[in-house]
Design a binder for this molecule. Sequence first.
Ligand SMILES: *Cc1c(COP(=O)(O)O)cnc(C)c1O
Length: 327
Amino acid sequence: MTPSDLPTFDDVRAAAARLQGHAHRTPVLTSRTADAATGAQFFFKCENLQRMGAFKFRGAFNALAQFDAAQRRAGVVAFSSGNHAQAVALAARLLGMPATIVMPHDAPAAKLAATRGYGAEVRLYDRYTEDREQIGRQLAAERGMTLIPPYDHPHVIAGQGTAALELLEDAGPLDALFVPLGGGGLLSGCALAARALAPGCKVFGVEPEAGNDGQRSLREGRIVHIDTPQTLADGAQTQHLGDYTFAIIRDKVDDILTASDAELVEAMRFFAERMKLVVEPTGCLAFAAARRVASQWQGRRVGVVLSGGNVDLARYAQLLAGQGVAA
Ligand SMILES: *Cc1c(COP(=O)(O)O)cnc(C)c1O
């Protein structure tokens, strides 16, 4: 990777044009209750209402839409047990190309079904004895398929950035923007948009307390690797940032905060009860931290990305009822 490979705000704009008519322009909601409780003025970008239930559709579609004819014929391969799998499967179907998703054999049945439901072939692997990256690369080599990673890819980053582009267009100027952080595709893309459209806006990533590799990476100035963190935020159980995402985050993000599992559940309950929104635990990261530090944002305009809403309903009910999380 060289600096000239890094995506720019122009790439975010180009992604927005590609996504037009394919991705939803998700609503930006406000909450008098949240504002009254904190003194800040919140603007929630509702990517839980995006197609397939998370922002990841943006990056996947933007990447696949740029395949050339040969790539389209051979199709795409991805490895993921989460939202990236469904995003790639749906984008491939819409663009009329084959997709193979490498998923662990013990992935939740609902996720396997959803991925197959979008028309993708699922290649199961044993997460204890097989290496999914190797399987993905082998498929790519054997069948000429193109591998699209979940976050560390310029086209994926540019696509994810359209969420903040729309938020800033619809909400107007912001003083701060809080974004969930896993591998950093969403945060780096949103930072590109925020720096270009709202230079004075502070940009914060929020990752699970149990896995603060992003925070450490920003502070130490190098990509810190950790073991897979144990957290309710299953969309942010990444072990490290990527080369592209770290380069952008280091340059354009002000700080990285963390949220505990208990704070995620509290935020999830707030969204369900007060805003009638189903937000998955990972999707609650940004608000969980933003409400904690809201005293610093009195009377200020604060953007919060709700990144997704895909949560098993039985699990959701348990968590809302206060079961299954240590306080
Ligand atoms: C993937 C995902 C994230 C983290 O995104 P990165 O680009 O990996 O940082 C956050 N929230 C949800 C719902 C996700 O699916």
